[in-house]
Ligand binder design. Structure first.
Ligand SMILES: *Cc1c(COP(=O)(O)O)cnc(C)c1O
Length: 354
């Protein structure tokens, strides 16, 4: 830190993104990207848009918002676009949380939540998950705070039903309940229909995972017009052109290629079941997952050692040193070939350990 940075950021611990190594090629199962490239129509749409890059993008992203609204049965006024859902979360924390409006989230969840809370100096409470990393809705009722939940949760992969979300939203009518549905399309139950009945529910989704567009950076919120208007106010006070032209074009074309992504999603589900079963044969314990990753632990090799051994063999997975989850590794589900390679390396490591 230079002597010019404000002292209030002394204690700020920035988010550490998953490794994106450029030195050698790895089987990359560490940041939950899709192993499948964007649909052909997306490549064509981006190509066609390049010639317009001398012009600013539409700050309202009108075409894309209308398409998303149609797809989800809402109005464009219920849709907000952001540069990845990370930016969306940042705007939401800035808009709705503060000293006088504290926030709560699970003790094991997406690592960015405590970072945004610290950045904006928002008091936060981490609510412990129950046995088996189960999220109990009753733990979030009547907290008198804003609430942020990933559903399905990361890095556990577990989900709760929409009726549990409804219970939480109803029990906190004077606070915003933000549901981060980054992985919803891999098998969870979306709470989106509830936005028509609850004006305090903010649903966040992304093109980064199921829709193979992590590099394009597009997240969106679906909520009551009031909450969307609040996010707009923050956006227009920060960066009115937050979503660039190529990404707007890519995303619109993505929505026109639904079948391609559904097929890819099915392959991920198959590969998830296959990988889980093979790991079980090696004695691994794997949580039930409705996402494009699994959270797994090996009885013979502790988490950090497994992560390191896989890395030395050219396979990247994600591991955290946090005590509650130090035994576990999060493994993104890739293609069948990638999973077979991962499993081969795991077999070698288990053998070497035994
Ligand atoms: C990947 C992820 C995000 C971030 O998505 P971007 O749209 O790429 O910024 C947000 N929340 C959770 C829980 C995620 O896993």
């Amino acid at each position: 830190m230079s002597r010019y940075m404000r002292a209030c950021f002394d204690g700020l611990e920035a988010y550490v993104p998953g490794e994106q190594p450029q030195d050698r090629s790895y089987v990359k199962l560490n940041t939950n990207e899709s192993p499948f490239p964007p649909a052909p129509a997306v490549l064509a749409a981006v190509d066609a848009e390049v010639k317009n890059l001398h012009l600013y993008p539409d700050p309202e992203g009108r075409v894309l918002r209308e398409k998303l609204a149609e797809q989800y049965g809402v109005r464009p006024e219920n849709v907000f676009l952001a540069n990845g859902s990370d930016e969306l979360l940042s705007f939401a924390f800035l808009a709705f949380c503060g000293r006088e409006r504290p926030v709560a989230f699970p003790n094991i969840s997406y690592g960015f939540y405590p970072v945004y809370a610290s950045l904006y100096q928002v008091p936060y409470t981490e609510i412990p998950l129950r046995e088996g990393f189960v999220l109990a809705a009753e733990d979030y009722c009547g907290l008198n705070r804003n609430i942020v939940l990933a559903n399905p949760n990361a890095p556990t992969g577990r989900a709760i039903p929409a009726r549990d979300i409804e219970e939480i939203v109803r029990a906190n009518p004077d606070h915003v309940v933000l549901i981060d549905e980054a992985y919803i399309d891999f098998g969870g139950e979306s709470c989106l229909p509830l936005i028509h009945r609850y004006d305090n529910l903010l649903v966040c989704q992304t093109f980064s995972k199921f829709r193979s567009l992590a590099g394009g950076r597009l997240g969106y919120a679906l909520a009551s017009q009031g909450l969307i208007g609040d996010l707009e106010k923050i956006k227009y006070s920060t960066n009115s052109y937050n979503v660039n032209r190529l990404t707007l074009a890519a995303a619109a074309a993505t929505l026109d290629s639904g079948g391609y992504y559904e097929e890819n999603g099915k392959k991920i589900q198959e590969n998830r079941a296959y990988t889980t079963q093979e790991l079980a044969g090696l004695g691994f314990e794997t949580l039930p997952s409705v996402t494009n990753f699994i959270f797994t632990r090996c009885p013979a090799v502790e988490g950090e050692a497994l992560y390191q051994a896989l890395k030395s063999k050219g396979v990247l997975v994600r591991h955290w040193n946090k005590p509650e989850i130090a035994d576990w590794c999060r493994v993104t589900i890739g293609t069948r070939e990638q999973m077979d390679l991962f499993l081969d390396k795991v077999r070698e490591i288990v053998k070497e350990a035994g």
